[in-house]
Ligand binder design. Structure first.
Ligand code: NAD
Ligand code: SER
Length: 318
């Protein structure tokens, strides 16, 4: 059966790269990008795009039926930093958009798989911080983390109760050069490159020794596609899979950037995002993802920094 894939939130940090990868794999005409806002030109020019609000359940169902959708990647959400500014609104959007998508998948027979990203934000201050296990204490104390944990429970419920093939990854902080991140706590690790190249200095909103799990976008996209392509029989989980990659703090990232810009300086002025980061893991045990579907990240800090420096310089020089 030919797949027709719908991406919700295609204009964002992940969607702007995942859409292109899926179009390469399935054919441009089979990957339908949607978002509230216009995407980058390469998404608009390479295949179908429609402005669509995931909260509009009636338009959502018409869209899915009209395009004979078989898989959905639901990427729209309010991220951790922005969610703390408007908690009720963030809860409403994060939860009700997911429930709209799950209910759609339950009702429309053609839709066979749903991907919905979870996050390291499902963990909280009582979770073991180092090598955080797949199954552990989860008491998040941010609205974003609470919505991700509740979301994980809902996707498992729909799998067990209605047979919707739901799949999910607990992404760490994602680092990329194409589209800037959308209001998260790990955004510093992208901002720092732009400020280093433009001004040779960066004022960081996290403390220098705040170690967090991070992943380069290419590894995140590879992991997502690998999970979605895996045979259902190999998957032991229909909640979020832990995936790690690398772990570093702002001091360590600054030291790596100094290999390219020797005079680069970093100063620290923490804000509310430091309190969020302090509750998240420093490193992740991803052995279940490695066992079930062969998760294998490739980028280390040196390689990630080299690619970010090259690509952001190119982008700023254009
Ligand atoms: P982003 O903010 O860059 O992109 C989200 C996109 O969703 C935006 O383009 C936005 O316009 C769109 N959107 C928002 N509300 C919408 C609505 N009502 N209808 C349709 N579209 C809407 O986010 P991202 O970084 O690409 O994250 C995608 C998903 O991955 C989210 O669920 C996020 O929680 C999760 N995640 C991201 C990271 C990360 O580091 N980027 C880490 C962990 C989890
Ligand atoms: N990068 C995301 C955030 O900081 C983690 O889910 O919100």
């Amino acid at each position: 059966m030919k797949e027709n894939i719908m991406i919700i939130g295609a204009s964002g940090q992940i969607g702007s790269e995942l859409t292109l990868r899926l179009r390469d794999m399935y054919g441009a005409g089979h990957v339908f990008a949607t978002d509230l806002k216009e995407p980058a030109p390469d998404i608009l020019e390479s295949g179908p795009f429609e402005l669509l609000d995931v909260m509009d359940d009636k338009r959502l169902i018409h869209f899915a039926i009209r395009h004979k959708i078989t898989q959905i990647y639901h990427l729209a959400a309010v991220l951790s930093g922005n969610a703390e500014k408007l908690p009720m609104q963030a809860w409403h959007i994060n939860m009700n958009s997911l429930l709209n998508v799950l209910d759609l998948a339950r009702e429309v027979e053609d839709i066979r798989k749903v991907f919905w990203p979870s996050s390291i934000a499902v963990f909280g201050p009582t979770t073991p911080k180092n090598n955080t296990p797949q199954l552990t204490i989860m008491e998040p104390n941010t609205v974003y983390g609470i919505s991700k944990l509740a979301g994980e429970r809902w996707i498992e419920y729909f799998y067990n109760r209605y047979g919707v093939d739901t799949r999910s990854i607990r992404y760490p902080g994602l680092i990329s050069y194409k589209t800037e991140p959308g209001g998260g706590t790990t955004d510093y690790a992208v901002e720092i490159f732009y400020q280093a190249i433009k001004h040779g200095r960066y004022e960081c909103f996290l403390d220098g020794d705040t170690t967090l799990p991070m992943l380069f976008m290419t590894d995140a996209i590879d992991a997502t596609v690998k999970l979605m392509e895996s045979d259902a029989s190999s998957l032991s989980l229909h909640t979020g899979y832990n995936i790690g990659g690398l772990s570093f703090n702002p001091e360590e990232l600054a030291a790596e950037i100094r290999k390219y810009i020797p005079g680069f300086t970093i100063t620290y002025k923490t804000d509310f995002r430091q309190d969020i980061a302090a509750t998240w893991p420093a490193s992740i045990d991803d052995s279940v993802a490695r066992r079930d579907w062969g998760y294998q990240p490739e980028y280390d800090l040196a390689r990630l920094t080299r690619v970010m420096m090259e690509k952001i310089k190119e982008k700023l020089n254009k």
